[in-house]
Design a protein around this ligand. Structure first.
Ligand code: UD1
Ligand code: CA
Length: 463
């Protein structure tokens, strides 16, 4: 059966108090609308139609490659009106699953089961419901004496008796496409909010003797709608719990899952240990047997197996197997480290390749460089890559040694086994196997220090 999803996302989301349209706000690195679209796609939806209104341009732009169709609702005259605006996109037959763009916690599993229920029961309309301790604000499910769904009544239209009902409408429905399409013209807006309610379709179906079903969800969090930033944080926390739990069940150790922030698309290999305060974002991939120590932030990077990283920041970079990084290292975009590399404390690497077995153990800047294998970069080495106008690249070949506190003024080329003596500034190439020393020869001035010391003491005694 053809399955189409219709996702309502035209509302303003006033309570977010944001320039960004509500459904573009992110949960664990993904816009809420993506969470919904992805769940629908995973559940076997063939086509997604998104109804947009407020923030239309931004939403269309963000989803231009997502393969979804858009329908425009200029004025938000209600959920039923939103569906009317998509009428031309709706299929003639099959199933239409209606979702909201602001319920990011809905799962593939729940949607799959709900659609299977709709098909199995041969329903014309199915509604996903929930029992809530506090049903305030939701539409209530009014059942008839036989337990069938009679209608849905909004909070604002409800009398005291109906307000007592604890079964609520999730806002998620399945419709037989033909029925949905032909019934939209019958919607009216004579209710407390003078809106066209999608829920009126239940009464219409009932009047026509069509089969209506309801399925009660067990995990209420899945239908949680996000209307403000407090709910955004709440939904994100629930999503994080899920993400972290999934990783733990796949063999990843978390020292403190509550303080670990991992985006939805991140992958982590088994037997890796994730410390507290770690943030893994975007399309990051971490291998197995790694130790990602406390307070690391890793964004859009690929980390190999057996890598140890302590308290460091890594952006858009790659790290080979068994390399160690940090504490307090900073890998900026396009740092590519080989295997068994060591990048120690306060080392910054940017747009540079560093070959297997090379080391920069402390306090160095390696920018715009190609560094070979088994190179030693001493403490305080600076790759001087910028002349104030342009950036230049340097090359350091295999087995070279760059002594502490040296400056490599780019572009320079240090050939294999070249040595740069500590404290040397080079602006010319270093030939293979040679040593370059560029220091001022030191002089020794006897007793100078002793005299200075005595002067100081006299001054102190005079006070
Ligand atoms: C709706 C349901 C209510 C249900 C609740 C679940 C109706 C009449 N009521 O109420 O029974 O319990 O959802 O959360 O359907 N939207 C549009 N265009 C509009 C109006 C809304 O696209 O003109 C979109 C919103 O962006 C949102 C969704 O539809 O994604 C739901 O709208 P909202 O105003 O939140 O509906 P509720 O009043 O909460
Ligand atoms: Ca709502």
């Amino acid at each position: 059966m053809k399955k189409t999803a219709l996702i309502l996302a035209a509302g303003q989301g006033t309570r977010m108090k944001s320039k960004t349209p509500k459904v573009l706000h992110e949960i664990c690195g993904k816009p809420m609308l993506s969470c919904v679209i992805d769940a629908a796609a995973a559940a076997g939806i063939h086509e997604n139609i998104v109804v947009v209104g407020h923030g239309e341009g931004a939403i269309r732009k963000a989803f231009s490659d997502a393969g979804v169709k858009f329908a425009k609702q200029e004025h938000q005259l209600g959920t039923g009106h939103a569906v009317m605006m998509a009428k031309n996109h709706l299929p003639e037959e099959g199933l239409v699953l209606v979702l909201c763009g602001d319920t990011p916690l809905i799962t593939e599993e729940t949607l799959e089961r709900f659609m299977a229920f709709h098909e199995r029961e041969n329903n014309c309309v199915s509604v996903l419901t929930a029992r809530m301790e506090d049903p305030f604000g939701y539409g209530r499910i009014v059942r008839d004496d036989d337990g069938g769904v009679a209608r849905i009544v909004e909070e604002k239209d409800a009398d005291e008796e109906i307000k007592e009902i604890d079964e609520i409408n999730s806002g998620i429905y399945c419709f037989e496409a033909g029925f949905l399409k032909k019934s939209l013209d019958k919607l009216t807006n004579n209710n407390a909010q003078q809106e066209y309610y999608i829920t009126q379709l239940i009464e219409i179906a009932r009047a026509e003797g069509e089969k209506i079903g309801a399925r009660i969800i067990s995990r209420n969090e899945e239908i949680m709608g996000v209307n403000n930033r407090a709910q955004l944080a709440e939904a994100a926390a629930l999503m994080r719990d899920r993400i972290n739990r999934d990783h733990m069940l796949e063999g990843v150790t978390f020292i403190d899952p509550k303080s670990t922030y991992i985006d939805l698309e991140v992958k982590i290999g088994p037997d890796t240990v994730i410390g507290p305060g770690v943030i893994l974002k975007g399309k990051t991939v971490i291998g197995q047997d790694c130790e990602i120590g406390q307070n690391c932030r890793i964004v859009d990077s690929v980390i190999g197996n057996g890598v140890t990283i302590q308290s460091s920041t890594i952006l858009e970079s790659t790290v080979g197997d068994e390399t160690t990084i940090g504490p307090y290292a900073y890998l900026r975009p396009h740092a590519h480290l080989g295997r068994r590399v060591k990048i120690g404390d306060f080392v910054e690497v940017k747009n540079a390749n560093i070959g297997d077995g090379s080391k920069a153990s402390h306090l160095a800047y390696i920018g715009d460089a190609d560094v070979g294998k088994d190179v030693n970069i001493g403490c305080g080495v600076v790759f001087v890559n910028y002349d104030g106008i342009n950036k230049y690249r340097s090359v350091v070949e295999d087995d070279a040694f760059i002594g502490s506190n040296s400056n490599l003024i780019a572009p320079v080329h240090v050939e294999q086994q070249g040595y740069v003596a500590a404290g040397t500034t080079i602006s010319r190439d270093v030939p293979e196997g040679s040593l370059v020393v560029g220091r001022v020869k030191e002089r020794v001035i006897p007793t100078w220090g002793a005299r200075k010391y005595n002067q100081k003491k006299e001054k102190k005694n005079a006070k």
